[in-house]
Ligand binder design. Structure first.
Ligand code: NDP
Ligand code: VHF
Length: 424
């Protein structure tokens, strides 16, 4: 056997062992009622607070390594913890603990034509694998959401955050165990080897669902290896289309907010589509340029302001995650819809318009997880949608789309209560 095959086999074994332990812990969780899961999460939050010095020391090692390895200031900021951030991570775990337990909720009830009573009841998905970027808060958020919804979780965070994640995970596991919940309900992969990500994706029958949260490299891996159902949380190539009827002041404010509020998040606008008949395009692009954004446009966009550079074909499919924006001029709604269909990643797309019919067509015809009218794409967030927290933004077409929180981490079963009915 070649070394590469041996390595793959080893990773498959490791994942199988973790999955077995996770599945056993999940069966334990399934027997717990809402208050017991709430108590376990409060205990986990208390452990995070109790271990604050150890977690911050681990994070300082990640930050030092990140600085040595030349991480960008934006990445370092996502990685960095301090007492205040750690306190808000612990508070977020408590906030998830306070959310209503989704398990056992009756989605709907009906009577079958033959007379039996039918109900659809929410149940956990089972064991969920989550692969995510170097943001330590995701370790606690994802663990809390999974546990509250009765799922066990296998976590694989970004390599730059490995020490922080291990310290946070150790605290969570200690808190859960103190409340009588098996620590294996929340497990962290013991290796950062990317082959182990492949093994997670191949673990059909062991892991019930994988959430990959990341960009292009991860997408490719998922496409090559996934045999487990995938709830993709992938890149955000988000558009804002400024219709001819848009209010110029609103268009200027929202274009600036959608791009510049935080350029590094997946809900940031990456392409601005300006209608050829919108009269205030100069004002909108001027505001973006004055705010320090680099604009790359097609020939018609370049004619609006000489500071706009020339876009290449790649720009329309690029997630900059930076103060860079592609700009195209389009001839009406249909041309905007065509552009979005070709280039959107299915995350979040918005229209700015005062024409209600145009707005409704956009809402109906754009097939993205989140479609907005007259709002900033930066609102793509579970907290902003009132869901308490989020695993992230699901960009695919499966049962949960957009911000995924407790409900998105459940499936359902049919419960049938008969009175002796036999089928003819
Ligand atoms: N839809 C959503 O909810 C969200 C989407 N994102 C997207 O994430 C991206 C930015 O995050 P970034 O830090 O660059 O994330 P990356 O995609 O680089 O990394 C995310 C995770 O995937 C792993 N990974 C990446 N490539 C591979 C591979 N080929 N094989 C195995 N594992 C892999 C990383 O591991 P390793 O540590 O080894 O690099 C990391 O754990 C953007 O595209 C953004 O839109 C971010 C947050 C939320
Ligand atoms: N949905 C979240 C952001 C998620 C996200 O993009 O995370 P990251 O790329 O790690 O900064 C928000 O709007 O704050």
């Amino acid at each position: 056997m070649s070394t590469q095959l041996q390595t793959a086999a080893n990773h498959d074994e490791t994942i199988a062992a973790l999955a077995k332990a996770g599945r056993a812990a999940q069966r334990h969780l399934a027997r717990l009622d809402g208050p017991a899961k709430e108590a376990a999460l409060r205990s986990a939050a208390a452990a995070l607070r109790a271990h604050m010095p150890r977690i911050l020391e681990a994070n300082a090692r990640d930050i030092a390594a990140g600085e040595t390895n030349g991480l960008t200031p934006a990445m370092l900021d996502r990685l960095r913890l301090d007492e205040k951030r750690l306190e808000s991570i612990a508070s977020a775990v408590e906030a998830v603990a306070s959310l209503p337990d989704p398990v056992g909720q009756v989605i709907d009830r009906n009577t079958a034509p033959a007379g039996m009573e039918l109900s659809r009841v929410r149940i956990p998905i089972g064991l969920i694998g989550i692969i995510y970027e170097s943001r330590p808060n995701v370790t606690a958020d994802a663990a809390a959401l999974c546990l509250r919804s009765g799922n066990a979780v296998l976590l694989r965070g970004g390599s730059e955050a490995v020490n922080s994640n291990r310290a946070i995970h150790a605290a969570l596991a200690e808190g859960l165990a103190a409340a009588g919940v098996p620590a294996e309900a929340v497990q962290l992969l013991p290796t950062q080897d990317r082959e182990a990500v492949g093994a997670m994706l191949r673990a059909a029958g062991l892991i019930d669902m994988i959430v990959p949260r990341g960009g292009k490299g991860l997408v490719e891996r998922v496409q090559n290896d996934a045999r487990v159902p995938v709830l993709a949380h992938l890149d955000g190539i988000c558009h804002t289309y400024v219709h001819s009827s848009a209010d110029p002041a609103m268009a200027t404010t929202l274009a600036l907010n959608a791009k510049m509020r935080r350029t590094g998040i997946c809900g940031a606008m990456e392409t601005l589509l300006l209608d050829a008949n919108f009269p205030a395009s100069g004002q909108v692009v001027g505001a973006l340029l004055d705010a320090g954004c680099e604009l790359r446009g097609d020939a018609r966009a370049q004619a609006i302001d000489p500071r706009i550079g020339r876009a290449s074909a790649n720009d329309w499919d690029t997630e900059y995650l930076d103060a860079v924006l592609s700009v195209a001029v389009v001839d009406g709604l249909d041309a905007a819809l065509d552009h979005i269909e070709r280039h959107s990643s299915g995350h979040t797309d918005a229209i700015l318009t005062s024409d209600a019919d145009v707005a409704e067509r956009f809402l109906a015809e754009v097939d993205s997880a989140i479609v907005m009218v007259n709002a900033s794409t930066q609102f793509a967030d579970g907290g902003e949608f009132g869901l308490g927290a989020e695993i992230g933004i699901a960009t695919g077409r499966l049962h949960a789309r957009g911000p995924v929180a407790l409900e998105g981490l459940t499936t359902y079963k049919w419960q049938v209560r008969g009175h002796g009915e036999a089928r003819a």
